[in-house]
Design a binder for this molecule. Structure first.
Ligand SMILES: Cc1ncc(COP(=O)(O)O)c(C=O)c1O
Length: 467
């Protein structure tokens, strides 16, 4: 097994061994004055490592010592040329990548991107050229963009030299993404990837590929979503051959000047775990996960795993459909009766993110709960039709560019009166945080219907552009 060095953690540990007295930030003074309820629950140990930029601990914004070494090692582990630790989630990495490459330029944007990408487009003053999605006919879930669509748009917009991709989708679908990267690179495009849900993909041959390995230029991953890393911990990976503008100055602009050392130590430990141990864990987990798929298929009558080999899905995403219940009802039942909390649900189903170390006992607890849910579902008389999800098949009509609409005067209307108005806000459900409509686009009857079908009401207010 290759051994890696915890460059940052060993410096933090060495400082800790000195039992330092804190005359600096943060105010809890290495855990000495932590509020009592927190001290009772956490102990003081955790907070005693909550350091700031002390002698020997380097500085994320001017990394030249242990943080630089730690990031360089992480780059090597993930197969990148450079790695930047992010303490403000993937959001900060996407903002920096898009500001560095797309400032005042056109960029191809598929319509199933997370809202953080639209926020990045706003910050970068970029000019989005939206790409229509392939949607699954049964569930209406987004499958991504096809190479035919991309080819057609590349021909139609020869000046557009940037492409954003999402790999995988929230539901774990990667579909045509590798071919899209290859097509884009053949045409000289810079490819930026939101790989928030794909941090583990590089590490096992039986998983769909990370797009960094397929040649994408800037890939941003939420390590906190699938790796054993604390919330907000993400990374921006730069391809070894990328020669465009560096995202580094933008990261400095966007991220806090007080990055958490606990978070950075967690990123470092997570990267070392991925380099040293994860492959064996994924091997074992895949067996357990596919065994769970078979048990669900063979023993449950109303629940089905969404699994289509041609979609090249991530097995660590378990998306379940029911013949009888909506995703919301399944989710509520599992929470109330089994204290099992899913990642999200929508009209069609319910989504779980499985651990990279999915043990037999972990899978068994989930299976037993699903068995109970299945029995409960069988008692229900109604048949649940999977409904239109919250995604647009066609590109909505744009009345004002995003940038202009964002800053225009707004007013509020009840949804009942919204048909024909122009959106002044992002219209989305959270999760997955993917806008159906963005500021400047027309609210049609179809949009109102999708809003109501997704649980919205006619009395709720929507922000529109003032007339
Ligand atoms: C597809 C996708 N991209 C980006 C993000 C933003 O990531 P983060 O929460 O790490 O900032 C999310 C968060 O849910 C997401 O689902």
């Amino acid at each position: 097994m290759t051994s890696y060095i915890p460059y940052l953690w060993q410096r933090m540990q060495a400082l800790h061994d000195r039992q330092p007295m804190s005359g600096h930030t943060p105010g809890h003074k290495n855990g000495l004055f932590l509020p009592k309820p927190l001290q009772k629950a956490w102990g003081s140990q955790f907070a005693s490592y909550d350091y700031t930029e002390l002698d020997g601990l380097d500085n994320l914004h001017f990394a030249s010592d242990c943080i630089a070494q730690s990031q360089q090692q992480a780059a090597q582990i993930f197969g990148a040329g450079q790695c930047f630790y992010l303490v403000n989630g993937t959001t900060a990495g996407l903002q920096a990548a898009i500001m560095a490459t797309c400032s005042n330029k056109q960029v191809f944007v598929p319509r199933h991107v997370h809202r953080s990408i639209y926020h990045s487009l706003l910050l970068a003053h970029a000019q989005p050229v939206y790409l229509p999605l392939e949607l699954d006919t049964r569930t209406s879930l987004p499958l991504g963009i096809s190479t035919d669509t991309l080819q057609q748009y590349i021909q139609q917009y020869p000046n557009c030299k940037n492409l954003i991709l999402v790999n995988p989708t929230y539901q774990g679908i990667t579909a045509d993404n590798i071919a899209c990267v290859q097509l884009a690179k053949d045409h000289g495009l810079t490819v930026i990837v939101d790989e928030a849900h794909g941090s583990h993909l590089h590490f096992h041959r039986d998983l769909p590929a990370s797009l960094l390995d397929a040649g994408a230029d800037l890939v941003v991953q939420s390590w906190h979503k699938t790796l054993p890393v604390m919330t907000q911990g993400s990374a921006l990976l730069v391809h070894k051959q990328y020669q465009g503008p560096s995202p580094e100055p933008f990261l400095s602009l966007l991220q806090t000047t007080s990055p958490s050392y606990l978070l950075m130590a967690s990123l470092e430990a997570g990267s070392i775990y991925m380099g040293q141990q994860v492959q064996a864990h994924i091997d074992q987990s895949l067996q357990v996960i596919f065994e769970l798929h078979s048990r669900i298929a063979n023993t449950l009558q109303t629940l089905h795993v969404l699994w289509e080999p041609e979609w090249k899905q991530d097995p660590f995403k378990l998306y379940l459909l029911s013949d009888r219940l909506s995703g919301a009802n399944m989710d509520a039942y599992l929470r109330q009766h089994h204290a099992i909390y899913s990642e999200m649900h929508d009209n069609s189903g319910i989504l779980f993110i499985l651990p990279l170390q999915t043990s037999v006992s972990w899978a068994e607890r989930l299976y037993q709960a699903l068995l109970d849910l299945d029995r409960f579902s069988l008692q229900q008389q109604t048949t649940h039709q999977t409904q239109a999800s919250f995604y647009c098949r066609t590109i909505p009509r744009q009345c004002y560019p995003l940038q202009e609409a964002f800053y225009r005067e707004k007013q509020q209307l009840p949804w009942r009166e919204a048909t024909g108005a122009i959106a002044g806000q992002f219209i989305l459900r959270y999760p997955p945080g993917i806008p159906l409509l963005v500021p400047g686009e027309m609210i049609t009857r179809e949009i109102v219907q999708l809003w109501l079908a997704s649980g919205g009401t006619e009395d709720e207010l929507v922000t529109v552009l003032a007339q």
